[in-house]
Unconditional design. Structure first.
Length: 154
């Protein structure tokens, strides 16, 4: 039970860290006012990209920040998995917003290839993971602090 609480704390910390890095990047590019750099944000703050950018800010920081403040969420594995899945989805949206506005500057154009690429990469990673996981122990057998970690009190 305590391990889930600690994982929730890590998720909260990385949520705040992502916001810090994102705002720092935005502020530095805005303050420098270099045309080659500001074009990155001008493209993502116009047309239909603006809605996805705002969804990313709210869904990647403000939503998980408020949810992960609650201790009850961090102590229930199912609820913590839902939050982790949402954060993972927002990470995919973040990558989508980094790559695709350079290809489709006029607005969002969802294509079948967007999903095919995601499925191809996901199945490749799953295949490699399932091949490796059968050859390795998932339990740290020789860890000298294993008993201590199992009796963790937070």
């Amino acid at each position: 039970m305590e391990h889930y609480h600690i994982m929730g704390k890590w998720m909260f910390a990385f949520c705040v860290f992502w916001a810090y890095i994102g705002f720092g990047q935005y502020m530095l590019i805005w303050y420098a006012n270099i045309p080659e750099e500001t074009q990155y944000f001008l493209t993502r703050n116009t047309e239909s990209w603006w809605g996805l950018s705002m969804l990313l800010v709210i869904g990647r920081f403000f939503g998980p920040f408020a949810i992960l403040l609650l201790i009850s969420i961090k102590r229930h594995p199912y609820q913590l998995c839902l939050v982790a899945g949402w954060i993972l989805f927002m990470q995919l949206l973040d990558i989508y917003l980094v790559v695709l506005p350079a290809l489709h500057g006029t607005g969002v154009h969802v294509s079948l290839w967007d999903f095919v690429t995601l499925i191809a990469i996901g199945t490749t990673l799953a295949f490699v993971y399932l091949r490796i996981v059968g050859k390795a122990s998932l339990f740290p057998v020789r860890d000298p602090r294993l008993v201590e970690s199992l009796r963790l009190v937070n």
